[in-house]
Design a protein around this ligand. Structure first.
Ligand SMILES: NC(=O)c1ccc[n+]([C@@H]2O[C@H](COP(=O)([O-])OP(=O)(O)OC[C@H]3O[C@@H](n4cnc5c(N)ncnc54)[C@H](O)[C@@H]3O)[C@@H](O)[C@H]2O)c1
Length: 318
C-alpha cells in the first residue's frame, strides 16, 4: 500500500482525495495546508494527521509519496524538498513557473532516486482518449490543425488570490488553462513544438498576469495549433481537430461531434463523459512508483509544456 501525503488541500485536492478513496493501491497518510481550520476539519473526516508545514512530514509520518496541490511558485521548492528525501512526487500542472525550476526538480529527482510525475490530467479523460484513437486509426485521414477557444471569467473574486499574483502563479490564463490545452495537444498528437508565437495582454484590470492571449504553435509532426484564451467573460469552451477527411469538435471536456467529408451535419459520439479521470491518474502514478509501465506524464513532459508557455510569454512580450 503506497502511503500518500496531500500537500495543499484547496480546490483540486478534493478530486485527488476522492480518487484515492476508490483505489486499493494507495491511502492517505497525512494532509498539509496553511489554512488550519480547513485542513484540521478535513483531516478529522479522513482520520489522518495534519500539518501546517510540509517540512515536518517526512520525520513524523510514513509517507512514500506526496501529491502537491500548491500555488505554482511553490511547486519547485516543495518537489525538491521531498525528492531529495527519496519521496515520490506527483506535482499538479503546470510543473513549475520556469524551465529553470523544472530542471532543478529533475536534478533533485536524480539525486534522491524517487520519481517525479506531473498531474497533466487530459489523457485520463475518456473523451480525449476517444479522440486520440480516431487520430491514431487514421479513419478521418491525417490530422493537420487544432484550434481551441476558451473564454471564461478568470478574474472572479472566488478565484484564490495567488492565481493573479505573478510570483506565485508564474502567469495568468496561459499558465493555467494553456497548460491544459497543450497537454491535450501533446498527448493526442504525440509530438512537441518546433516554434511558438503569441500575443498576450490584460485589458480589464491592473493585476500583474495576462487576461487574454493567442498562441500559435507548429509541432514536429507538421500539425499546427492556435489556442485562444480570454479571461473576461464566461462564453465559450470548444476545440476543433481538422483532418484531411473531416473534423472533430469537442465542446467543454466531454461532448464530441464528428463530421466526415461529404456529410451535411455533425454526428454526436455517445458515452464520452466519465468521472474516473483522477482515479486513472493516481492509479498510473502508483504504477510509475512501482516501476511498472505507466501512462503518467513524466518530468520531461511537464518541462516541455512549461517551455512552450515560457516561449509564448517571451514572444508576446517582445
Ligand atoms: N488538473 C486540474 O484540472 C486542476 C484544476 C484546478 C487546479 N489545478 C492545479 O492544482 C494546483 C492547486 O490549485 P487549486 O485550484 O487547488 O488552488 P487552491 O488555492 O484552492 O489550493 C492551494 C492550497 O495550497 C495551500 N498552500 C499555500 N501555500 C502552502 C504551503 N506553503 N504549505 C501548505 N499549503 C499551502 C493554500 O492554503 C490552498 O489551500 C495548481 O497547480 C493548479 O493549477 C489543476
Amino acid at each position: 500500500m503506497i502511503k500518500i501525503a496531500i500537500i495543499g488541500t484547496g480546490i483540486i485536492a478534493a478530486s485527488h482525495i476522492d480518487a484515492i478513496s476508490k483505489l486499493d493501491c494507495c491511502e492517505i497518510s497525512a494532509l498539509c495546508d496553511l489554512n488550519e481550520a480547513r485542513v484540521k476539519e478535513l483531516a478529522k473526516s479522513l482520520s489522518v494527521p495534519y500539518f501546517l508545514d510540509y517540512r515536518d512530514i517526512p520525520d513524523k509520518v510514513e509517507c512514500d509519496a506526496v501529491i502537491l496541490n500548491l500555488p505554482h511558485g511553490l511547486h519547485a521548492p516543495a518537489s525538491v524538498f521531498f525528492l531529495e528525501r527519496g519521496i515520490h512526487v506527483l506535482v499538479e500542472k503546470p510543473m513549475a513557473n520556469t524551465v529553470a525550476e523544472c530542471e532543478e526538480m529533475i536534478a533533485a529527482e536524480k539525486r534522491g532516486g524517487a520519481r517525479l510525475a506531473v498531474a497533466h490530467v487530459q489523457r485520463f479523460f475518456k473523451a480525449n482518449r476517444i479522440i486520440k484513437n480516431i487520430v491514431d486509426s487514421g479513419e478521418l485521414g491525417k490530422l493537420c490543425m487544432y484550434n481551441e477557444q476558451r473564454s471564461i471569467n478568470y478574474f472572479l473574486d472566488s478565484r484564490p488570490a495567488w492565481f493573479t499574483n505573478k510570483k506565485m502563479s508564474g502567469g495568468g490564463i496561459v499558465m493555467n488553462y494553456g497548460a491544459h490545452a497543450f497537454d491535450k495537444l501533446f498527448y493526442i498528437t504525440g509530438s512537441k513544438p518546433v516554434s511558438v508565437s503569441a500575443s498576450a495582454d490584460n485589458l480589464i484590470n491592473e493585476r500583474d498576469v495576462e487576461g487574454h492571449a493567442q498562441i500559435f504553435a507548429k509541432l514536429e509532426s507538421g500539425v499546427s495549433a492556435t489556442v485562444t484564451l480570454s479571461g473576461y467573460s464566461d462564453v465559450v469552451y470548444e476545440a476543433y481537430y481538422y483532418f484531411t477527411g473531416g473534423a472533430i469538435k469537442i465542446v467543454g471536456t466531454y461532448a464530441i461531434e464528428i463530421r466526415r467529408e461529404g456529410e451535411k451535419a455533425w454526428t454526436k459520439i455517445e458515452d464520452t463523459s466519465d468521472t474516473l479521470a483522477f482515479v486513472r491518474e493516481i492509479d498510473e502514478f502508483c504504477k510509475y512508483i512501482r516501476g511498472e509501465e505507466s501512462e503518467i506524464p513524466d518530468a520531461a513532459y511537464g518541462r516541455d509544456i512549461v517551455r512552450l508557455i515560457e516561449d509564448a510569454y517571451s514572444d508576446a512580450l517582445r
